[in-house]
Ligand binder design. Sequence first.
Ligand code: HEC
Length: 234
Amino acid sequence: MASRHYSWLAACNTPLSKITYQQVGACNANEVGAQDHLAFVFFRFQEIDNSKTNAGYSFHPKRLWMNTGDLYSGYDYVATGQQASIFGLSPMLSAVNVAPGATIQVNKYVVFLVETLDPDAPNEANNTSYFLLYNNPENEVGKLLVRSNASQTSWPNTHRCADINFPRQSTCLTCHAIDTKMVGPAFREIAVKYKGKADAQEKLVAQIAGAKGHPAVDSSATEVRALIKWILSM
Ligand code: HEC
């Protein structure tokens, strides 16, 4: 195995390029023919802030790896655009050219395959915080990878890979995010607001699908119902 360069070792006083990402969920890898004990874990890359450096570089997801502590070691990223199309994922992160001084909004996904002790792999993966590292090329500007939802250890219950893909196919995520307020409230906040209210699901479906007090959406009522169910399960 090629030796791995730790960006934080190279970088005591040198300005770093800061890369922000979130862990967003996990699903059952056995859906695409793998065995139990395997989950796909999804990360969303949010921003590359290279404003503190005067060096450009190409950021490549192939250089990402996962340090999972004692139990696991060095899972490499799995989904290239082509593999991702097996389960319809998009947009996947591919190489990003980062100019000197630039800040880039990335908003693309990376998937890792992890092995779990629990045969119900997404159950364990959704209760585990995974952190990503970058195998930095020698002599390249240091990368600081920051997980913006670092303390979170329970993601939306997303056993089916198709459910992860779901919200991205609809336009909801142009105005909503899972954890942060954008134009609309965070999905997790909505889930809290309606917790324990039995009639919430149908009320929200009518409101969103019928565009009553909510911007019009281009999803069918059936799709909105499934999305609302997913949101309220968070
Ligand atoms: C054009 C922007 C936009 C889009 C697209 C959008 N929303 Fe919203 N959403 C909002 C705003 C703004 C609010 C807060 C005001 C409100 O409740 O209407 C909101 C509120 C909500 C609420 C909470 C309503 C309440 O009464 O508490 C839910 C649930 C919701 N959106 C679901 C969705 C779903 C599902 C989709 C995709 C099918 C979606 N939204 C797409 C802007 C948007």
